[in-house]
Write a protein that binds this ligand. Structure first.
Ligand code: B1M
Length: 211
């Protein structure tokens, strides 16, 4: 019997090879894809919570997310075949003028770890590109990241562009070192996350509230 608890541990400790091998073992012994996925998501949630409590830091979180990503690649064809859909479609990017992407990448990884289908638009993303991507992918969540005080106004411009395009069904989450809840309220974003783990909690809350 494959050990899903060990798979969870392999993800938490960022042991890529073991995570992939245990995932493959579970697949080969016909463990339902949903059960394997649940074990992975629970493990990533734990990683997020330990990050929030400052028990682990960015490097540990990155290696855990990478282990999850590789294990997920094995599982993905089965999830598709079983008709198991991602819990949400999300668009993410760093706003216009801003080239910082480490925090944004962490948020994208944590969202993937929570079984969101994530389209990453990269850095220096113009408002029109966010609007186009949200429309094209019919995303429920759009995430805007900014690391510079000089690019924070691009968050507002992007929020305004999303609202002008009547995309109210898409919930907007913003974050980045200089961003605050107060700023989120001021620009009319639906949520603010101080870190990547909170970005999962807030996205889940907004999706559930809209359902
Ligand atoms: Co830049 N930089 N940088 N930089 N850089 C800062 C941000 C700065 C604070 C350094 C400083 O002066 N002390 C400063 C900003 C000052 C300010 O605006 N108040 C600064 C500056 C000034 C600049 C340049 C202007 C420097 C210059 O050229 N004169 C320039 C701007 C370039 C541009 O963007 N147009 C610049 C360039 C760069 C590099 C390219 C060299 C590099 C970026 C590489 C890359 O990202 N690929 C870089 C780096 C690495 C930094 C520091 C050192 C580290 C940023 C980082 O990655 N942190 C940074 C100083 C610092 O923070 N110590 C600095 C780690 C990351 C995990 O944290 O991104 O905050 P963070 O993400 C967190 C949360 O904020 C949150 O979750 C993440 C994980 O918990 N979060 C979200 C982030 N996005 C989120 C989105 C969400 C939710 C949460 O929802 C969607």
């Amino acid at each position: 019997m494959p050990d899903l608890a060990r798979l969870g541990e392999a993800i938490k400790t960022g042991n890529r090879d073991e995570a992939v091998a245990l995932t493959q073992e579970a697949i080969d012994t016909n463990v339902p894809a949903q059960q394997i996925l649940d074990a992975m998501v629970v493990a990533m949630d734990d990683v997020g919570q330990r990050f929030q409590r400052n028990e682990i830091f960015v490097p540990e979180m990155l290696i855990a997310a990478r282990a999850m990503k590789e294990a997920m690649a094995r599982l993905e064809p089965l999830l598709v075949a079983a008709g198991i859909k991602p819990v949400a479609k999300a668009i993410i990017g760093t706003v216009a003028g801003d080239l910082h992407d480490i925090g944004k990448n962490l948020v994208a990884m944590m969202w993937k770890g929570a079984n969101f289908d994530v389209v990453d638009l990269g850095t220096n993303v113009q408002p029109a590109k966010f609007v186009q991507a949200v429309q094209e992918h019919q995303a429920q969540i759009v995430g805007l990241s900014a690391l510079l005080t000089t690019t924070m106004p691009a968050i507002k411009t992007t929020v305004d562009a999303l609202k002008a395009a009547n995309l109210e069904v898409t919930k907007i989450i913003i974050g980045g070192a200089p961003v605050t809840q107060e700023y989120a309220d001021q620009v009319g974003a639906d949520g603010y996350a101080p870190d990547a783990a909170s970005a999962v909690e807030i996205a889940r809350r907004l999706i559930n509230a809209a359902a």
